[in-house]
Design a protein around this ligand. Structure first.
Ligand SMILES: *Cc1c(COP(=O)(O)O)cnc(C)c1O
Length: 374
């Protein structure tokens, strides 16, 4: 397969990634450590190039969802500690201990297995205790954490780095729920402290938490989306200026002039209202554009904004260029990125598609050739 012959290109600007990391550093205290979240292939930006850049720019550790990406990082020469955010399956215990990966744990059975394997290999196993303070997903329930600590602390080969919890609503302008999670998190730390347990790497904040309030930072922050220049939700008000890392380009396949009354694309959901010029473009949902932005989104052609019309297809979409100057087959089109004074961000696309930039990055990034600039 000659994938380089595909008309669509994703460009990854690693300089922007470093800029965004510097914005994280600006928001946190100098003593706060940074865990760069690179799960899902670096949010579609490419696991190794992203990880190596973050390592070079001074993050303290990295986080992935599952062990496969941790192994890819190690094989790729990354030397930072790597945290596995979604935990382990029993078959992963041996290699986790062998390679010194740092899993989160949330049940006693896994703690027991890791301790045993640590003893067998004569190694200490570093872990985070994942606590559910209100996310309603993975973790030890708050009311069980006391008993859990009592059971795990005596394990000789387990070293607890810290309590780790995840915020569910830190991007919400209403602070009440985050406050509730913060109070629960603090109470856990007090309770641990009162029985003599002082962990050094407690961690609560994702990107939204980092940007919303210092009180959420604790020892280690875990930025993901903001490193990539995206927002926790499309209308989130960021206190720092983030630079988009990913852009997405395609080509004009055909330019046509059509009269009024012509239905465009599947289902004929759009019908031309006037004599129109339309351009057929080289990407669709199979290339990562969300089908749900059909009839709502825009693209950039010749430095101008052109509205998408009709349904987005698997590998094509259509835009109206009646009001734009000379457009020709072969012209470059920007699906995400800037051209002249105009720009389209992942958050714009996410707003049109009623989703979040995370999903846009994952689908566009993983479906196209990526080219990197430093
Ligand atoms: C994905 C993830 C993050 C990063 O979240 P962003 O919103 O992208 O900053 C942090 N912590 C955990 C546990 C995660 O799963």
């Amino acid at each position: 397969m000659q994938k380089e012959r595909n008309p669509n290109r994703v460009k990854i600007n690693l300089f922007a990634l470093v800029h965004n990391l510097n914005m994280v550093k600006k928001l946190v205290a100098p003593s706060t450590r940074i865990m760069g979240v690179v799960k899902s292939d670096g949010y579609g930006h490419g696991l190794l190039p992203v990880a190596r850049t973050l390592e070079g720019a001074g993050v303290d550790c990295l986080a992935v969802a599952y062990i496969d990406e941790a192994i890819r990082l190690i094989t790729g020469g990354v030397e930072l500690p790597i945290v596995i955010l979604c935990g382990l399956l029993p078959e992963d215990v041996l290699s986790t201990v062998e390679t010194g990966l740092v899993p989160v744990i949330f049940d006693l059975d896994m703690a027991t297995r890791l301790d045993l394997e640590g003893r067998r290999q004569n190694r200490m196993v570093d872990v985070f205790l994942k606590v559910d303070t209100g996310m309603g997903r993975l973790g030890i329930s708050c009311d069980r954490i006391g008993a859990f600590l009592e059971a795990v602390v005596p394990f000789k080969n387990i070293r607890i780095q810290g309590i780790l919890s995840h915020l569910s609503s830190a991007d919400d302008p209403v602070w009440a729920y985050t406050e509730k999670q913060l109070v629960r998190f603090r109470n856990i730390l007090y309770a641990a402290c009162s029985v003599g347990l002082n962990f050094h790497s407690n961690s609560l904040a994702n990107s939204a938490g980092i940007m919303v309030d210092h009180a959420l930072h604790f020892d280690v922050v875990r930025p993901g989306i903001m490193l990539y220049g995206g927002l926790p939700s499309p209308d989130f008000n960021a206190p720092v200026s983030l630079m988009p890392v990913m852009s997405f380009y395609g080509r004009v396949l055909q330019v046509r002039s059509v009269p009024a009354g012509v239905p465009i694309s599947y289902g004929g959901t759009y019908v031309t209202e006037r004599n129109s010029r339309i351009a057929i473009l080289s990407a669709g949902y199979g290339d990562g554009l969300p089908r749900s932005m059909s009839g709502r989104g825009y693209v950039l052609i010749r430095g101008r904004r052109a509205p998408l019309i009709g349904r987005i297809c698997m590998n094509t979409c259509v835009c109206d260029i009646t009001d734009i100057g000379e457009v020709q087959a072969g012209d470059k089109v920007v699906f995400m990125g800037s051209l002249g004074k105009e720009s389209i961000t992942a958050d714009d696309i996410a707003r049109w598609a009623k989703t979040i930039s995370y999903e846009i990055f994952c689908s566009i990034g993983q479906k196209n050739n990526r080219e990197y600039t430093e």
